[in-house]
Design a protein around this ligand. Structure first.
Ligand code: TYD
Ligand code: MG
Length: 472
């Protein structure tokens, strides 16, 4: 039998070479040669396709007549995870779970497999990163269910595929995909070629055995899963686990999901016995909100669910040139834009001060609706006046800020306002809504108008936003 071997193919021009080199001999591009496996040649004549070609080619089927997949979902028993997955794992599918080291990827997968094993499902935990003994120690913290999961410490791709074929698990976790290596490639484990080879091998066995496969992947410094996003289009679902390692809150979101919405987000808290779903994150974040200067509550949307979070800002004299602009939980460019609009259209200048903006609890909000919260928190931090009612209850807001200083509508104003009302927040500064009477809405058309509104509402609590530069 012909042995398979590897070759190096340029990703730009398709030029093939037997050995790797930094520059492609075909098109002259640098670092484009990637190692791939050459499948052994089968004995077929030219114009292959063999029998099918002779019988008049492959037949297409009207979609109406294609058998519907039997979508019996496998529930992990972790409500937030099942929701983000779109209702549990789909048999035969590939899920990529990415996240920074120490965020809790191994913990959540071990918990999910434990629950599945307890409900009578066949499971398998393949660990390439830790020894089986280390996995056991984690499982001990998670409880009896997690200890029932069969574990395999293996990094050889062929051996892992063999074990999956033999054990035929309904759900299998590979932790992590970057540790697997195929003997057919000479490149090191974790390289693009190896990761791609491992993922396609696992995908093939997943489809064949109907196993729901979870690939754990590290996120590189650039923020992509497994290097240059090689896996993201291969798999059915990409989940990312985010948060700060030192903080207890974690968010799980879907970047891609062939079986559900990508807007869902799960919120977890890391405790001593594993991850605990935070059923009502708004209550948590509002309860922790301080009514100190520089703090405001943002009514954000996490997928289909409204979420109240606290946005904090600090403006402090600087010792460095240029001054610092630090953003945690929001986009840095968005912060720069809000600072520019504040200065140009609302007369709030930060001058040469350091500026820090933080979303409390280690949460990330990736939506333009957070702009107004950032602006109000900054203005309040600048003036040292709190954004709160006389009784100390915090002010809430949402809305996108345009470059001309106007406030722009964002999605689901009614849900955001309803959530604020649910937690007893009386005033929500936001762009005017189409329906006039929406609970606690305090409408404003421009950023300047919003600052004025905030000043009026918080007058009793010592007027909040009085930008020093705009005092005149
Ligand atoms: P881990 O799941 O190993 O992270 P990852 O696989 O993403 O690298 O664990 C993350 C951290 O969580 C680790 O520092 C230990 C901590 N932890 C707890 O606080 N409680 C627990 O019950 C467990 C299992 C871990
Ligand atoms: Mg791990």
């Amino acid at each position: 039998m012909a042995r398979s071997r590897s070759k190096h193919v340029c990703s730009e021009c398709g030029h093939e070479a037997l050995a790797w080199s930094g520059q492609c001999g075909g098109c002259g591009a640098w670092n484009t040669l990637e190692e791939t496996v050459v499948a052994p040649k089968t004995k077929r004549g030219p114009g292959s396709g063999g029998d099918k070609a002779r019988k008049g080619g492959a037949r297409a089927t009207p979609l109406r007549d294609v058998a519907r997949p039997q979508e019996a979902r496998l529930l992990s028993g972790i409500g937030e995870l099942d929701r983000v997955l779109g209702g549990g794992f789909v048999p035969g599918s590939l899920v990529l779970l990415g996240g920074a080291p120490g965020i809790g990827k191994s913990t959540i997968t071990a918990m999910a497999l434990g629950n599945l094993a307890a409900s009578g499902r066949r499971t398998l935990y393949v660990t390439g990163e830790e020894s089986a003994a280390q996995v056991r120690m984690r499982a001990e913290r998670l409880g009896d269910d997690a200890l029932a999961v069969p574990a395999l410490a293996e990094t050889d791709l062929a051996a892992v595929i063999g074990a999956i074929e033999a054990e035929a698990p309904e759900v299998c976790v590979v932790d992590s995909v970057q540790t697997l290596h195929s003997g057919e490639l000479s490149s090191a484990p974790g390289s693009v070629a190896q990761v791609r080879e491992a993922a396609s091998g696992l995908m093939e066995v997943a489809k064949r055995t109907g196993t729901a496969m979870v690939l754990v992947g590290h996120v590189t410094k650039e923020g992509s899963v497994a290097g240059p996003r090689v896996l993201e289009h291969l798999v059915d679902c990409v989940l990312v686990f985010e948060g700060e390692r030192e903080r207890s809150y974690r968010t799980l979101r879907a970047l891609k999901n062939r079986f559900g919405a990508t807007s869902e987000v799960g919120v977890f808290e890391m405790r001593s016995g594993g991850l605990v779903a935070v059923e009502d994150p708004s209550a948590r974040f509002v309860g922790e909100a301080t009514a100190a200067p520089g703090s405001v509550v943002l009514c954000s949307m996490e997928g289909t669910r409204p979420l109240l979070v606290e946005v904090q800002a600090l403006v402090a004299p600087t010792e460095v040139v240029p001054p610092r602009r630090v953003a945690n939980g929001i986009d840095r460019n968005r912060l720069a834009m809000v600072l520019a609009v504040l200065s140009r259209h609302a007369g709030v200048q930060m001058g040469s001060a350091d500026v820090f903006v933080n979303v409390a609890g280690g949460v990330r909000v990736d939506e333009p609706g957070a702009d107004l919260a950032v602006a109000l928190a900054l203005a309040s931090a600048r003036s040292g006046k709190p954004l709160a009612h006389a009784d100390g209850r915090p002010l809430a807001c949402f809305g996108e800020i345009g470059l001309t200083g106007e406030l722009r509508a964002v999605g689901h104003p009614e849900r955001r306002l309803a959530e604020a009302a649910k937690f007893g927040l009386e005033s929500v500064i936001a762009p005017p809504a189409p329906a006039p009477d929406l609970g606690p809405l305090a409408p404003a058309k421009t950023l300047r108008g919003a600052l004025k509104r905030a000043r009026a509402i918080c007058a009793d609590a010592a007027s909040p936003v009085e930008p020093l530069d705009a005092a005149a």
